[in-house]
Write a protein that binds this ligand. Structure first.
Ligand code: TNX
Length: 783
């Protein structure tokens, strides 16, 4: 085959050089070379049922695709497949009527089998004689064709230039349908705008993985990105910000890039995108944020705020106090905006935001206070509920339903609203129990702006750690719900907030391959999912992502460790997602000498200092092991850390010699969200000499993590009087790690008691206002 190809190429070049058309010499067509590609069945998401059988079927330029009589299609479910095929195979499949007289040709038969149950389902049978697809609906046929596309591996191939490809597909029987009807990905284009072509690629890819909803976050404090013809200042003013924050929000002092930033999508572009998505079975759900996250709109139309302004689109991240004021003028504005939105998006849902709306301005506004009295509302939360209900009534009258973030539960839920549960599962549970539909998108599983690997080796992200294995372990249906209630969980989505994602390449990096794991969670029956099997399928499947030129994160190739501790030291159990990898590890900072271990080995370290480690194709990671005298103490607490942030090996994490970093990743820190005091006790086998105690605490108000009000320290000694000191912590220290140092002046410590008094409630005007804040602790060191 190789020689034949080379000869073909040499001939082609010579023919061009002497001015001949290489495909037509002396009036004779020169047949392009045919290359045969072996397919495989590494299909993601995994089909509900699949059985490999014997033999294979080969698709060639002669293969016909024969359609049964169908219900009229709103889109051509074959178009995407045909488009990719013609690029990768050098031909398109010829079409026929199903009942045309059968010849000897190879055939793909599409048979219409009306079934009421799952319109997105399909069955696909590949036998040596034919490929038979059975579907009830265009969406099912679209997905059958995506499965065929994956089996052929055509996306992994370069484009077909002077070659035709035949696809040898293994015989297989597949019956498939999704677990959830709502399978989504979100994209924030306000913090950073993405080119329209990239948004198309984003949609292409989600449809390839059989997801069907694209949630487009179009308005926020930092920019308004949808053209609204009636309000030109939304384009001229609200779409632009003066400059943008550099680095992480937590860094001080703030630095800005001094560059005007912005843009918007025209209505023509939006129509083009809506049509593009529809051809892939994807519904676009637009989000117009209200009443909060409205600063950009207010910069253009300050009369919609409760105070006179002027306002500017935000140049930094977070939550802002200036929000829409619930005046008639505001409702008229929003209704006019929504009229144009409705005319652009056929989606049955419009997302109206509803999250993170500080009530500061409403509290200070005599208009709002009067409205609360006139409408007989309880308070400002009642006013938020009034706001959302009015918008819901307006949209319902136009045949649309609303989706809102879970804050729309506060003050009473609008009657027909669907809730997007992002602050954990609880909002979703409450909504489902009261009979509302729910889309689950809890931060700790579905926020793809979180780190996906050790922050030390990853590009800047907002914080948090959501590894792909965590995404894969996501169960959108909480056990707490009854079977009836569970039916209200219509699916889930992942969110890509772009504060720290400023380019298409980074957006792909953050979304993939985690989005693939989510796609499988949402499509494949729960009992068919198994992490090790998924990793082997995904690692085989990566060639397709590479062929599609997706800048996916190579997390599967990155090494991980399980941390083991014993009397004197630290053990690292080397782990990799792809089995049987060599791990290189070193201790000297020049990294001149690397030792080698294999996946599953453990290496022990009894001396303090850094450990560097990597695999053949990963970045080098680093762990710093600096145990103090607390390392061998027994540790207890009156209240266990939260199950969301239990710490690695529970409380042991607090004294394991591994310091939590300011980019908290959820493993190095223990977190409490008690709203009341608790005590941590360190108890020593025999008294240790203690000069000082250090306590590491995190402050990250954006993530609801606050310093405690105070920390009380008691050191109990067998021979000396008890040492006692209370340290008031700075309750407003900004972002970062703060270490409290207590000097104990040479005491023999038998045990150390720390009384932590957290802040009771997050202050008004801050993210999470009114909730109990988090207290994050690591490490407790005794010197
Ligand atoms: C919270 S999720 C937000 C967004 C931020 C995101 C960052 C939600 C409804 N609001 O405005 O971009 O956190 O992770």
């Amino acid at each position: 085959m190789r020689t034949q190809r080379l000869v073909g190429k040499v001939f082609f070049i010579c023919a061009v050089l002497i001015g001949l058309n290489p495909f037509e010499i002396h009036g004779q067509a020169f047949p392009p070379e045919v290359e045969t590609i072996e397919g495989n069945v590494f299909i993601v998401p995994k089909p509900a049922s699949m059985q490999e059988t014997d033999g294979h079927f080969t698709i060639t330029a002669e293969t016909r695709i024969c359609l049964d009589r169908f219900s009229p299609f709103s889109f051509d479910p074959l178009a995407v497949f045909q488009g990719v095929l013609s690029k990768k195979a050098g031909y398109t499949l010829k079409m026929d009527e199903l009942d045309a007289a059968a010849g000897d040709e190879s055939r793909i038969l599409v048979i219409y089998t009306p079934r009421a149950d799952n319109l997105e389902g399909y069955s696909l049978s590949i036998t040596p004689g034919a490929i038979i697809i059975r579907v009830a609906h265009e969406q099912g046929l679209f997905y059958a064709m995506q499965t065929l596309r994956q089996i052929s591996r055509m996306d992994a191939m370069p484009d077909a230039v002077d070659v035709q490809r035949a696809w040898r597909l293994p015989a297989v029987e597949i019956t498939d349908a999704p677990r959830f009807p709502y399978r989504g990905l979100h994209l924030d284009v306000c913090r950073h705008m993405m080119p329209l072509d990239f948004v198309k690629e984003y949609i292409d890819l989600l449809a390839f993985y059989k997801m069907n909803r694209f949630h487009w976050h179009l308005t926020d404090d930092q920019g308004w990105r949808i053209e609204i013809k009636r309000y030109p200042k939304l384009q001229d003013v609200a779409a632009w910000r003066k400059e943008t924050l550099i680095g992480h929000y937590s860094e001080t002092p703030d630095r800005y890039d001094g560059t005007r930033y912005g843009g918007y999508y025209t209505q023509e572009q939006i129509k083009e995108l809506v049509a593009y998505a529809a051809e892939r079975g994807v519904t676009i759900i637009p989000e117009i944020e209200m009443p909060g996250h409205a600063l950009a709109a207010l910069s253009a139309y300050p009369e919609l705020a409760c105070t006179p302004g002027p306002f500017e689109a935000a140049t930094t991240w977070g939550v802002f106090d200036d929000v829409f004021c619930p005046t008639e003028e505001t409702f008229t504005f929003l209704e006019n905006v929504l009229d144009e939105v409705i005319s652009l998006f056929p989606s049955p849902y419009i997302h109206i935001g509803g999250d993170e709306c500080p009530k500061v301005r409403w509290k200070e506004s005599s208009f709002c206070q009067q409205l609360i009295r006139d409408q007989d509302l309880k308070d400002e939360h009642g006013l938020q509920s009034y706001f959302i209900r009015r918008i819901e009534t307006y949209l319902n009258a136009s045949g649309k339903n609303i989706i809102g973030w879970d804050e729309i539960l506060e003050g009473g839920l609008a009657p027909n609203a669907t809730v997007m549960s992002w602050r954990g599962f609880s909002g979703g549970i409450e909504a489902a129990q009261s009979g509302h539909d729910v889309i689950m998108t809890p931060g700790s599983y579905c926020y793809f702006d979180h780190y996906q690997d050790d922050p030390g080796t990853e590009p800047l992200a907002i914080g948090g750690l959501t590894r792909i294995e965590k995404v894969y372990a996501f169960n959108p249906v909480p056990d707490k719900l009854s079977t009836e209630e569970a039916k209200h969980i219509i699916g889930a989505q992942a969110n890509l907030w772009t504060e720290y994602i400023d380019s298409p390449a980074k957006a792909e990096y953050m979304a993939y391959p985690r989005a693939v794991a989510l796609a499988e969670v949402l499509w494949t029956p729960a009992d068919q999912r198994e992490w090790p099997e998924f990793t082997s399928r995904l690692s085989q499947h990566l060639e397709r992502l590479e062929g599609l030129k997706v800048n996916y994160a190579r997390t599967l190739k990155s090494p991980m460790v399980d941390i083991l501790l014993r009397q004197k030291g630290l053990g690292l159990l080397w782990k990799t997602n792809i089995p049987n990898q060599v791990i290189f590890h070193a201790r000297d900072s020049t990294q001149a000498i690397w030792s080698e271990s294999m996946t599953g080995d453990t290496t022990w370290y009894d001396t303090p200092g850094p450990v560097y480690f990597r695999t053949k194709s990963s970045a080098t990671k680093r762990i710093d092991f600096n145990p103090s005298k607390a390392f061998n103490a027994t540790i207890l607490s009156t209240v266990a850390p939260s199950s969301t942030y239990p710490g690695r090996q529970g409380l042991t994490c607090l004294k394991d010699g591994l310091e939590g970093k300011k980019d908290f990743n959820g493993e190095d820190w223990c977190g409490w969200s008690t709203g009341s005091p608790f005590t941590i006790l360190l108890d020593f086998d025999r008294p240790v000499h203690c000069d000082s105690i250090r306590i590491g605490l995190l402050s990250s108000p954006g993530a609801w993590i606050y310093m405690p009000q105070e920390v009380g320290v008691e050191v109990i000694s067998p021979a000396q009087p008890m040492f006692k000191q209370t340290v008031k912590a700075n309750s407003n220290p900004g972002n970062g790690k703060n270490t409290i140092v207590i000097t104990t002046h040479s005491i023999q410590a038998q045990s150390i008691r720390l009384k932590i008094v957290p802040l009771l409630m997050i202050p008004e005007g801050r993210a999470g206002a009114g909730k109990a804040p988090w207290t994050f602790i690591d490490e407790i060191s005794v010197y």
